[in-house]
Design a protein around this ligand. Sequence first.
Ligand code: LLP
Length: 421
Amino acid sequence: MNHFEYGPEGLACEGAPLAKIAAEVGTPVYVYSRATLERHFTVFRDALVNAGVVDPLVAYAVKANSNVAVLKVLGDLGAGADTVSEGEVRRALAAGIPGGRIVFSGVGKKRDEIAFALKAGVAEINVESEPEMELIAAVAAELGVRAKIAFRVNPDVAAGGHAKIATGKSENKFGVSFAEAARLYANASNNAALEPIGVACHIGSQITDLEPMRAAFTKMRGLVEQLIGEGLSVERLDLGGGLGVPYFNHPEPPPPAAFAAMVAEVTKGLPVKLAFEPGRVIAANAGVMVSEVIHVHERPEGRKFLVIDAAMNDLVRPAMYDAFHDIRPVHPKTGESVYDVVGPVCETGDTFTRDRALPPFGPGDLVAFMSAGAYGSAMASEYNTRPLVPEVLVDGDRYAVIRKRPTYDEMLARDLVPDWV
Ligand code: LLP
């Protein structure tokens, strides 16, 4: 459920008409619903608790939507943060999320980033390889602290979905094998600079079938039992993120309650706390990107291009993953026309969709890309020197710009021309 509905002034986010926001802030613009963000987080956490999972750490995956205001909304509800860079750790801290609720993941953490995370007292650093474990131990020893680590295990399970976002097969770069995990866990337990507290997995994103997750989690359960059986201390099992959302052309994803029931079943009786790293399921349907039609270009051979003022740099998912986003008129219209929807960037890949039947649009009309709250703005760039798309957060009928569109002067001021050029 989300809070984007048609009202007397067209499509609105909660009590704020998108047309009003577009008129004030300009287009393209991302618009997020606070009520939807809060609802998605609460539904996810409550589903786990109601299924019998005791005190889960729900560490929202910051990469999905990393605006500090969004993080604060979630952090204030008790969310932790799953982070993959020093920048993301800094964002989580800036949003008031304490270090004790921050998980630091990622295959290539640098020395300075590890030091920063250790000083911030993060709850868990997810170790993705043996050299990384050694680096973390060295940095922790230098700082005179014990690093709480969890081993990210690659469960070698195919999760379906797009190949570019599948992470759980052994040919992917993520995590260590089960055999390595057991060996490294024992080694780490004997290292004064390391405190191994658990194991973690994440098999992919936009997963709409619970079975691959069940298979991976069952293997993880086996590993936890093995480690405990070897006399090692295991406090936490981190089951990652990956639960899919409806994009309207995809198979319906399982509801959080079904996911939670499966988790509770697989982990029943295991003497560890559980952690989760959901991103998309919290943020995707809490946001839209609003864009304005520049013109309709009809080619003599019959193709009709709807040229809009948003481009692949603002929302890269269609170009990068052939992703489908529902496109709705901000003001409802009758009739239908078949379009290729394209942006102004000079690449053929700057195409949001081909041959899509949409209402008949003209210049100045506003369109909303639905389900754009996750991996939308967070993946935006300034390619073609297009200003980074701004973000707005809505709360009832009030709203605020939570990231402003840079001016051209601000953008150009970042370039430095040496006096010898
Ligand atoms: N934990 C780890 C270790 C991850 O790598 C990811 C996502 C998550 C959690 C959150 O997964 P989620 O619950 O959002 O599925 N840019 C792509 C998605 C990339 C996901 C990368 N990792 C897209 O736009 O579809």
